[in-house]
Design a protein. Structure first.
Lengths: 294, 348
């Protein structure tokens, strides 16, 4: 029964990873940028919410709202200043600049907030459980996070499909030069995509901070988990990201069921197994192609 | 344009690789490296300690540049090999009481060996996917090591005993110095030879357009694979040197032997020196060495903020780095791996 418990917890954890990965997936889909600072920006969201909660004495859920607004602005500015220039400088440059940002953020956070471990209160729901049976309990908070992930992913899907901004985003992703000819400002569209991406990162960061403790060095780990979810689910597909997140989450909780120390390792190994499988399939595919040509 | 210049371009222009300047410089560099081998007889221990640090930084810089500058492979996980190098030496010399320097040599080969099957998996990834994929690889090795109690687990380990059993501290410093110098010189020479040969041309084609190169018959995976394995072995050698230099290591955390701060340093050195130039990373290594020696303790966490900030600034505003900019201005190549066209007047 506790194996079932592990799988169910893994599925719920997958919801969190999907939420974390949404922004990464969106930025890659629209701008072909893999933002290495994604996890660090999520962490900045958590720290900013921490500041608001400390100073204004509101609940985390209320404190989150001004931070989300701020994240939209930060995302837009980040794109229009650093990332836009990076994209023009070459295909690999965004990797270098966002990595520089990751290092700078981690150490700035350490300077301003000290390396101490902190947490954000999730309120009453943070400790509430639904006892299904003796060994199977479902934490309501995890259900809430999965629900929010589905709402964010679904909302983004609807936005992309039915709104003017969504049409512009899809068109710009397909061909930024042609879109410019049609009178759309591709750079501003990129800016809006980055704004949404950073806001979802901040949202995920706050939920991360509510579900576990955080310190300035945990940003990269979140980036890696988000990235694994995106790759397992198939790059460029939003619902695939949810599937990828769930696969990753289940791998981790089942790994932890064997031994708590295997939590992260099991996720990484499943990720590498997926990569290996794809590498073999691709190389076999190439060989078949060559044989057909010959 | 006068008729004469059009009529006789072949007389006025020539393609050259070696120039008198580069031939003299390369000869001087080889001589300098040979002279540096005598440094243990001339300098005190503090100086040797500093030079060892400079040498492993040079190795890391030229290896990361080989990947990113020549192979188009931005890796944020080369610390995987640094950690493998350090822990392989601990495994061989502490657990199996091998001579630590023999262990360092074997570790380098082990690192290269691990890179071969790994290349078959990760080289299918492109761009950012390769970058983070390598980071996952580094995390996996770090976690595996931290789960192994014999290697010290998560609290780290030390190779003090393995070295002290056979050598006095002075001997250790001297031998480590020679190992580091030999590794740096050998890796530079191998990379130089590789890039001047067929591989250099095919890599340039891959860097310019991977699909077009493949369609012309360039074996893309093989070209990248050779660089990946060389860089793997090189970073492993650097990791072995780092262990012999600092003696105790930790497996987890950004500042550990498997830590991502190594990547921050590699990116800094290569960008500042000049991405994709042969000489640049060596200059970058000297710059980082000076920063590390004279400012890092005073700056605290701001040191890494500074490294990240400078890397961003250089990538955006001075993409050719120090050496690339000088090269463009004065049209000199000191260690020529490419060809260039020169006019009769010695201009461009």
């Amino acid at each position: 029964m506790s194996w079932v418990n592990a799988v169910i917890h893994g599925i719920l954890l997958g919801g969190f990873y999907a939420l974390l990965a949404t922004g990464l997936s969106l930025m890659f889909g629209v701008m072909r940028i893999i933002n290495l600072a994604h996890g660090s920006l999520a962490l900045v969201g958590a720290y900013m919410t921490f500041l608001v909660v400390e100073h204004v004495h509101v609940s985390t859920y209320l404190g989150l709202l001004p931070v989300l607004a701020g994240a939209l602005v930060v995302g837009y500015l980040l794109q229009r200043t650093m990332l836009e220039r990076s994209l023009r400088a070459g295909e690999l440059v965004p990797l270098l600049t966002t990595f520089g940002l990751l290092i700078a953020i981690a150490n700035l956070l350490q300077y301003f907030f000290s390396p101490d471990v902190r947490g954000l209160s999730a309120g009453g729901i943070g400790t509430a459980n639904w006892r299904v049976s003796g060994s199977l309990t479902i934490p309501w908070f995890d259900v809430l996070v999965l629900g929010i992930a589905i709402v964010v992913l679904g909302g983004l899907q609807l936005l992309l499909r039915y709104t003017q901004l969504g049409r512009e985003l899809r068109a710009t992703a397909a061909d930024p030069d042609t879109v410019e000819l049609l009178g759309v400002n591709a750079r501003a569209v990129y800016g809006r995509a980055a704004a949404i991406a950073v806001a979802t990162a901040a949202l995920a960061g706050v939920f991360y901070a509510m579900r576990s403790n955080f310190d300035p060095s945990t940003g990269p780990t979140q980036l890696i988990y988000a990235f694994e979810a995106v790759v397992i689910g198939g790059i460029g597909s939003l619902w695939g990201t949810l599937v990828g997140g769930i696969v990753l989450g289940v791998a981790q909780t089942v790994g932890a069921r064997i031994d708590v120390q295997y939590f992260a390792l099991a996720g990484h190994l499943v990720f590498l197994a997926v990569l290996t499988f794809r590498a073999i399939r691709q190389s076999v595919g190439l060989r078949v192609l060559r044989r057909v040509e010959a | 344009m006068s008729e004469q210049a059009v009529a006789a371009p072949s007389a006025a222009l020539r393609v050259e690789r070696w120039s008198p300047v580069s031939a003299v410089f390369t000869a001087l560099l080889v001589a300098a490296m040979a002279l540096l081998a005598f440094a243990p007889m001339l300098f005190g221990q503090g100086m040797l300690d500093n030079l060892i640090q400079l040498y492993f930084l040079v190795i890391l810089a030229i290896m990361w540049n080989a990947l990113a500058g020549y192979g188009g492979l931005v890796s944020v996980g080369q610390q995987a090999f640094i950690g493998i190098g350090a822990y392989a030496v601990v495994f061989l010399s502490v657990e199996h009481s091998l001579n630590p320097y023999l262990a360092m040599l074997l570790a380098t080969l082990i690192g290269g060996g691990i890179a071969i099957p790994l290349a078959a998996i990760v080289l299918w990834l492109r761009g950012g996917a390769f970058a983070i994929g390598m980071w996952v690889v580094a995390e996996v090795f770090a976690l595996l090591v931290s789960l192994d109690a014999a290697l010290g687990g998560g609290t780290g380990t030390s190779a003090v005993l393995a070295f002290n059993l056979r050598y006095t501290p002075e001997q250790r410093l001297r031998n480590t110095y020679w190992f580091a110098l030999a590794a740096a010189a050998l890796l530079l020479a191998i990379l130089f030879a590789l890039l001047r040969g067929r591989l250099g041309v095919s890599l340039q084609a891959i860097r310019d357009n991977e699909d077009a190169a493949a369609s012309l018959g360039v074996h893309v995976l093989l070209g990248k694979g050779v660089l990946f394995v060389l860089a793997g072995a090189g970073c492993t050698a650097a990791g072995a040197v780092i262990l012999a230099w600092q003696l105790s290591i930790l497996p987890l955390g950004p500042d550990s032997i498997f830590g991502v701060n190594w990547t921050a340093k590699m990116i800094f050195m290569v960008l500042v020196g000049g991405l994709g130039t042969f000489e640049g990373p060596i200059i970058g290594a000297v710059v980082l060495y000076l920063l590390e020696t004279y400012t890092s303790t005073r700056l605290g966490v701001w040191y890494l903020v500074l490294l990240g900030g400078i890397a961003i600034g250089v990538a955006l505003f001075m993409p050719r780095g120090i050496w690339g900019s000088l090269q463009e201005r004065f049209n000199v190549r000191l260690l020529p791996v490419g060809y260039r066209l020169r006019g009769a007047g010695g201009g461009r």
